[in-house]
Design a protein around this ligand. Sequence first.
Ligand SMILES: O=C[C@H](O)[C@H](O)COP(=O)(O)O
Ligand SMILES: C=C(OP(=O)(O)O)C(=O)O
Ligand SMILES: [Mn+2]
Length: 493
Amino acid sequence: MTPAFAPSLPLPSRDRATLRARLSHTRAPVAVLGEAPRPVSAPISHPWTPSSWRTRRALQQPTYPDQEHLARVENTISHLPALVSPGEMRALKAQLGNVALGHGFVLQGGDCAESLEETSEGVTDNIRALFKMAVVLMWGSQEPVVKIGRLAGQYGKPRSADTEVIDGVELPSYRGENINGAPFTPEARIPDPNRMLLAYNRSAGTTNLVRALASGGFGDLKRVKEWGMDWSMGTAKGREYMATAERIAESLHFMETCGVSPQQPVMTSTDVFTSHEGLLLPYEQALTRMDEETGEWYDCSGHFIWIGERTREIEDAHVQFAKGIANPIGVKAGPTMKPEELLRLCDELNPTNEPGRLTVITRMGAGKILQGLPPLVRAIKREGRHVVWVSDSMHGNTFKADSGFKTRSWNRIMTEVRGFFAVHEAEGTKAGGLHFEMTGKEVTECVGGTRKIKAEDLSQRYESLCDPRLNQSQALEMAFEAAEILRSQRRNH
Ligand SMILES: O=C[C@H](O)[C@H](O)COP(=O)(O)O
Ligand SMILES: C=C(OP(=O)(O)O)C(=O)O
Ligand SMILES: [Mn+2]
């Protein structure tokens, strides 16, 4: 990636005024024990700027054929409105801070790779699936659930290989809708800066939809038949889930009878936050703005930004970019992560040890979590670091079915979820949340679950642009199982 354009900051005063007006809009957080004290900007050893990552090695970046075009697009985006506000990010950080300190649970989920062609109904279904899971987890944990969608910006994809070969033809790999196109043609696979603008516009629309749906509350969840659980009928597991769903619906109904109606603020302001991997650094930089109220820099492309497993080298560009933004951030931790490496990441990314600033998203694989997680958890505990521990039980469990489809097995994912809870229980630490690639549609991308999707069924409805997602039934089943674990752990304490 060539460092190639004039940084657009600071903004001209006209734009700063517009930005100030946009950023001053702050929704009141719900289920927050109180907004955390404003953090002092992290001390950094060299002057951080939104563009200082450009002096570092930046992995997984596209090579744009036309650098001037890229610079024009970056400049355009840097003058477009922020998608989310610092106040919202601080609210999320406060909620995550509570989880880091032992209170609450995180649910993060959505597409592996959002599609620019997704319909409004599709996005709505995804958010509703997340709501349903959240209410089940809330019931299980009896704690507030912080809801974070992998949406409104989840477009850039890191890939294992730079190229893809089909029938002897080799083309650049698909890297997500904000970079190139999925069709297997030479034209589609050329990185195009204009895609950043398309992704920005789609993200703005999705953020708007999320806000609208989040203020709609859980109203219709009182009607269990609208949970879309018909699939579960006829199996013993299904009947168990249904019984739980009935109890949850009854509780919601009871609350309403007591006067806590789904129309009241506690039920309607069910904040859903947006998140994505902060992979495409020119885009992230262009949306990084200074909050004049606090003097902090925020990446306003989404509330929560994470660093992927393939780009988390401490000296590299992604970590160096993330250290200067005040958003709540995440870092993925796979089986090769060493305890000392994780502690160094904490030093870099959260030098003030602010609870809620850093979430460690482990993605070990079902067969590795029992060995891989304890050393990390022990090191963090020993050093008194505040992190939110979240399990991404998807990315360590991907395999290729004989039919050629990339898939994951519901059982293996569940095994990792169980391992995650078991390790934290044994170590006396807080299992802070779960992270899923999932959709509200009944796709056939992962095998297993009560409906027993088999390898030969995968071709029926495989729609993912990248990794296989749990469909809405499989995701909901995951939530019921996790809720049961949370409930039994609660009873044991
Ligand atoms: O979503 C994550 C990555 O992009 C994905 O797991 C990489 O997949 P690949 O191995 O097919 O490149
Ligand atoms: C790329 C992803 O994960 P990881 O960095 O953990 O492989 C992802 O979350 O889609
Ligand atoms: Mn993925």
